[in-house]
Design a protein around this ligand. Structure first.
Ligand code: MIG
Length: 768
């Protein structure tokens, strides 16, 4: 892009077109050389924008060289060129002048318009969800240039590749859209970020606007995609990257990364709505021991509370929570409790009284405290936009940490409400600016998670373990997520794979689905396939609803228990590897579970791969997710793959037919991989995690081991105390493992960082 008339270098360009943009201008900023922010700025002097997703105030660190030719402004960074036309349309090119992304006029301008009366009628018969509202304030349409695939958007249903579908961001406690039909669907989470990937380029779009937003990825018009906001400003980032990983690094450099978790959180969690008494919880714990199934956590659902009042417990059912948690602790099991945002409106209840006195609750339009109903009945809702309210809530978590609770599971924070949805004009005035519900709705769960994170950190000094149902971009800094109320049906098992992969691609790597399915009755076969399919899931929890049959591992027959145990043990075996991937993720944002396309970008066979995934880059899992199936086709990318079940070497770059009876999950290890594993352990207590085994999977199983591919392999392994923040002061170790011969004692373990004194008591090696 040579141009003689370079005017100057600057971090941003502001353009105006009063016909198109009456009271605002468009600001194009070089956040870095690869990240461009495009933002409408109202011509109102008081305007300032604080993002809920970004923790730190954003500084533009990039530089544009700007020139103008006719009415087109060209702004170039070291890696991309942005052309801004008089029409305010923006085209972006790479360094070599290839078009990456171009605004366009949609071929089909608008979706069909309906009158209010028609809409009401359609709603009555359930044709139109409450979430629909097509009065867009700004809509951007961009050309689909070739065979783009679209990934991300957080927790949306359907397939890995979102092309051809449309989505709404409006956090909803409505499990119905948990189906393949995505028309106007909204689920619990809003992560308005997606990745556009095709042969020649990859980039991401992050629409940082918390109001209801819409995404159409080539649905109404196959030749374009669009995104639209219903209120607030247009504020999006174009994130350029060489590949998908670079785009995710860029996105998470803005919105943050999941910090290192406590080690035990990667273990197995057992939940049920609800375990009703301390005896029942102890019995569940005993069963894990008796049946030899590893377990690190048991979850208490809403019935542990006194009349569903948060930060209380029912003394009849749970006479002494602290004693219960210490009894569990002796067995190496942690207790996690649910907390909902709704506070029972009852004089004399300390949380309600304190909240009223401290002005902590959201207000109705007339200034009175806003009421709706949730589990405790008449309820009021903390205004988490307020720093004071978040600190207050954070302090309240002390009730739980004092009782030995190790993690908090935040539910109902869309926010869900039983007496109809919150009206748009409920006021959240907490941060000094009166914001309305339509702006805060999508970040309510995000802010609640932040408060919970801060509370656990302050009260326990440990790395907080939070799970949330609702969230927004950036929530990964505070919380893990689960995908809400799935059902014990095969299609939901199938869905779990693209769902978890897209969450990871959207910056939320520590995710899980309810194993076995939440609603409806699971079957032995379904539960078996579920534990197999999710055996590497970072959040590894079995949970089920009231009125459904029990689905703990022993709730069926011996054969099911054996399969279940086998896969829980497999998960535990690979936890050192999962923890290494958490470490990598905390530095880069690159997820733990990866779609094949992330590692094999130029392989056309994996663009739409919904039914296989990679764990890091070394393990490929191709689970069975069809009732009755005992074999499936598996695509193995280029290279040598070792069948984990038989040890056989298989040449990739092709499809194979794999036999997988009910107790077999097809798992393959990439040839040349070195993987750190644990021996058979019942939980992740300190004593159990002192021995490490280093497995080596040479591509070649013959004596001719020292071939080129194997020689260059090494693996970096991370170790710390797995609990607190001392690693931030350098208390961790990094081991570099390599093999110099095909004998197990050929393992070479170099300590490249020596900061944590509790080294492994024993490291051994196995060649596979
Ligand atoms: O309205 O706390 O998604 O996991 O078991 C139901 C009871 C409320 C919904 C959660 C589910 C939990 C249930 N909750």
């Amino acid at each position: 892009m040579k141009n003689k008339h370079i005017k100057q270098s600057m971090p941003s360009v502001i353009v105006r077109n009063e016909e198109l943009l009456e009271n605002a201008s468009l600001k194009i900023e070089a956040i870095t050389d690869n990240i461009i922010r495009i933002h409408t700025i109202p011509n109102d002097k008081d305007y300032s924008y604080v993002s809920f997703a970004l923790d730190d105030s954003l500084e533009a660190k990039g530089q544009f060289s700007v020139s103008q030719y006719n009415s087109t402004i060209t702004a170039t960074t070291d890696s991309i060129t942005v052309k801004i036309k008089e029409t305010l349309e923006i085209d972006i090119y790479d360094k070599d002048g290839n078009l990456l992304c171009a605004d366009c006029k949609p071929a089909r301008q608008e979706i069909d318009k309906y009158t209010q009366a028609e809409i009401e009628q359609l709603k009555q018969e359930g044709h139109m969800p409450d979430t629909l509202d097509t009065s867009f304030k700004y809509k951007v349409t961009k050309r689909i240039i070739g065979n783009e695939a679209f990934y991300g958007l957080g927790d949306k249903t359907g397939f890995l590749n979102k092309r051809g579908y449309e989505y709404i961001m409006w956090n909803s406690d409505n499990p119905e859209p948990h189906v393949e039909n995505t028309t106007f669907s909204a689920l619990y989470k809003s992560v308005p970020f997606f990745i556009v990937h095709h042969e020649n380029c990859t980039y991401g779009i992050f629409l940082d606007n918390t109001y209801k937003t819409y995404f159409d990825l080539g649905c109404l018009d196959a030749g374009s995609y669009s995104f639209a906001v219903t209120n607030g400003e247009l504020n999006y980032y174009f994130i350029y990257g060489k590949n998908i990983k670079e785009v995710i690094k860029g996105y998470t450099s803005l919105t943050g990364r999941s910090p290192l978790p406590q080690l035990w959180t990667l273990g197995y969690h057992q939940s049920r709505w609800s375990y009703m008494s301390d005896e029942e919880v102890l019995e569940v714990a005993n069963n894990f021991e008796n049946y030899n199934v590893p377990c690190d956590a048991i979850h208490l659902d809403i019935d542990y509370m006194d009349q569903f009042k948060v930060f209380t417990s029912d003394k009849e059912r749970f006479s002494d929570l602290k004693q219960l948690s210490s009894k569990l602790d002796e067995r190496g099991i942690k207790l996690v409790t649910i907390i909902d945002p709704g506070v029972k409106a009852q004089d004399g209840y300390y949380i309600y009284d304190e909240g009223i006195a401290g002005n902590h609750f959201a207000k109705a339009k007339d200034g009175s405290v806003y009421h709706n109903a949730v589990w405790p009945g008449d309820a009021v809702f903390p205004d988490f936009t307020s720093f004071d309210t978040r600190s207050w809530w954070a302090d309240k978590t002390k009730y739980l940490t004092d009782n030995g609770i190790s993690g908090i599971w935040n539910d109902m924070n869309e926010p869900a409400s039983f007496n109809g949805p919150f009206p748009d004009d409920v006021v959240f005035a907490g941060d000094g600016k009166a914001r309305l519900h339509n702006e805060i709705h999508n970040v309510y769960g995000h802010l609640m998670s932040k408060a919970t994170y801060d509370g656990l950190k302050k009260n326990s000094q440990k790395r907080p373990f939070v799970i949330t149902r609702a969230c927004y971009s950036g929530s990964q800094k505070y919380t893990t997520v689960w995908t809400g109320d799935n059902q014990s049906i095969w299609t939901h098992l199938k869905l779990a794979i693209p769902q978890l992969l897209n969450l990871g691609l959207s910056g939320l790597p520590f995710a899980g689905v309810d194993i076995g399915g939440f609603g409806a009755n699971t079957t032995p076969e379904l539960l078996s396939r579920w534990i197999e399919a999710c055996c590497f899931s970072p959040l590894f929890r079995n949970h089920s609803a009231k009125l459904t049959r029990r689905q703990e591992p022993w709730a069926f027959d011996e054969a099911t228990l054996n399969i279940y145990r086998k896969y829980v043990k497999l998960h535990y075996k690979f936890i050192p590897y999962l923890y290494d991937l958490c470490y990598e993720e905390s530095l880069t944002g690159i997820p733990i579970l990866r779609p094949l396309v992330m590692e094999y970008e130029n392989d056309k066979n994996v663009i739409n791969c919904n039914d296989e995934y990679l764990v890091g880059s070394s393990i490929l899992v191709a689970p069975i997710t069809d009732q009755g199936a005992v074999a499936r086709s598996v695509y193995l990318p280029q290279g040598i793959w070792i069948d984990y079940n038989s040890g056989k070497r298989i040449k990739g770059g092709r499809y194979i037919l794999y036999k997988a009876p009910i107790d077999v999950c097809p798992i393959f290890i990439k040839g040349g991989s070195i993987l750190p594993v644990y021996p058979d352990i019942p939980n992740l207590s300190h004593e159990n995690t002192q021995r490490l085994i280093v497995e080596f999977y040479p591509s070649d199983d013959t004596e001719n081991f020292n071939n080129k591919t194997n020689k260059s392999c090494y693996y970096m392994h991370y170790q710390d105390n797995g609990t607190d923040f001392k690693y931030q002061a350098g208390e961790y170790n990094l081991y570099k493992f390599s093999f110099s011969s095909n004998r197990p004692n050929g393992l070479k373990a170099e300590l490249t960082k020596n900061g944590y004194k509790n080294k492994y008591k024993h490291i051994s090696a196995v060649i596979k």
